[in-house]
Every structure is written in C-alpha cells, then in structure tokens.
Design a protein around this ligand. Structure first.
Ligand code: CA
Length: 246
C-alpha cells in the first residue's frame, strides 16, 4: 500500500509532521494593520445612523457608528455626531448618554487584538474646555473605566490616535466590542460634537485578527502527529524486542 510505504519511511514521517505543524500555524493566520474605517464625506448622522464602515476587513462581521441616547443627530454635511453634549462632568455625560459609539464585530471563531483608534473630530464653536473620554464595554462604561482622556479649547483639533496595545482586555476579543466617546464641557457653550471630514478615513481602528482553531483541528493535528511517529515507535519496539531476545 502506498500509505503504509509513506508512513513506514522515517523521512516521510518527518515531512508529514512538518506539514501538520505548517497547517496548524497556517490556521492561526494573523492580519495586521487597519481593520475598519469610516469616511464621513457625503453623509451625516441624521441621514444615516448607524453608519456602516467604509472599509471592513473580511474577518469582521460588521462595523458601525452611532450616537448615544442623549445626543440629537446632526444633519451638518460631511460629519457624524450631534448636539446635546450639555453635561459638565464625565459622570454626568455617562448617565445622560452623551456619547458617539463605535461598534465592531469579529466573525465567529476569530479574535481581535486592537492596537490603535484614530479619529478626527471637532465642535461647532470653541469652548474652554471640551472634554472627551474613551471607554468600552470590555472594560467599563463608568468613570473608572476610562481608556483615554482628551481636552481641547479650539473648534477643529488635529486627528488623535489612542494607543490600545497596553490594554490587556483589548488583545483577545471574540465578540462585538463597543467603544464610546463621551463628551462634556466645563461650562456654558456649544453642545455639538462630531466626527469630521478630511482626506480619506476620518475614524479607524488598527489591529490584528487571528483565526481560533476548532477543537476538531487540534484533534486531527494530534492524530496525524501520532500517526507520523508510528514508524519511529515501531523501530523502537522492534529494537527493544531484539535486545530482549538476546
Ligand atoms: Ca474623510
């Protein structure tokens, strides 16, 4: 039999084990870089909510932007946000639902490791200061669960990138994750906060996506490895048998 000849050759057995390990490693392929992005050009929150991602990695089931329950969606062209950011503390903004949200969902049997969130935003008129706090459902939607805080006193601050690599709970996500960007200001002033448009993507997440091997795949791999070891085992047994007969 061809199969018995393959498995009885030590060289072929070694080759088979290499193939098994290659298959096992290939099954956990990792994709790096920008995995989801939104471009608010040509749209606004009043017209399209939730707003689907402009770029979505094939290993993601979905990605959407939305506004919190305390926010009235804005119809301003080429933005995504709204008014109603009228609180003067993070705790107030959290209880009032004053946030913009970003939700992404991996495909079944896929795990996300997030490295960064980049976003471009602004307010309709300058206020000293407007505050933002990033939180997620994986960590906590409470003041203690803040992942990033930012304050600005102009209308159109530069794009901000939040480094997520140091947050352990964001390195192995296998179900939907929602980020909320809460907003409030120190005193009277604008209540309008929006993601805004520039060239290309205006909000994006970067990271890697790995395939979680099925338990059956492990079983098959182990079975093939054991099968590949059979000639070695047989030779050892034969040698042991010869020695015992001496
Ligand atoms: Ca844009």
């Amino acid at each position: 039999m061809i199969t018995s000849r393959i498995f009885s050759s030590p060289q072929s057995a070694l080759g088979l084990r290499r193939i098994v390990f290659s298959v096992a490693l290939g099954g956990a392929a990792v994709l790096h870089g920008q995995i989801v992005a939104w471009n608010v050009s040509g749209t606004n929150a009043a017209a399209s909510r939730p707003l689907a991602a402009t770029l979505l990695d094939s290993a993601l089931a979905g990605g959407t932007l939305n506004v919190g329950s305390g926010v009235t969606a804005s119809s301003a062209a080429n933005t995504f946000g709204g008014s109603g950011f009228d609180q003067t503390s993070l705790a107030g903004a959290m209880s009032a639902g004053d946030f913009l949200s970003v939700t992404i969902t991996p495909l079944p049997d896929h795990a996300l490791a997030l490295t960064s969130l980049t976003m471009l935003f602004g307010v309709s008129s300058a206020v000293t200061d407007f505050h933002l706090t990033l939180a997620s459902n994986v960590t906590d939607f409470t003041p203690g669960g803040s992942l990033w805080d930012f304050a600005f006193g102009n209308t159109l601050p530069a794009a901000q990138t939040v480094d997520l690599t140091g947050i352990a709970s964001l390195q192995s996500i296998d179900s939907a994750i929602e980020f909320r960007i809460y907003g409030w200001r120190d005193g009277p002033g604008t209540t309008t906060f929006r993601f805004r448009d520039n060239a290309g993507a205006d909000l994006s997440l970067a990271g890697s996506i790995s395939v979680i091997p099925e338990p059956e795949a492990y079983a098959i791999s182990i079975g093939l490895i054991l099968l590949g070891m059979t000639p070695l085992t047989q030779r050892l047994l034969r040698r042991t048998g010869k020695e015992s007969r001496r």
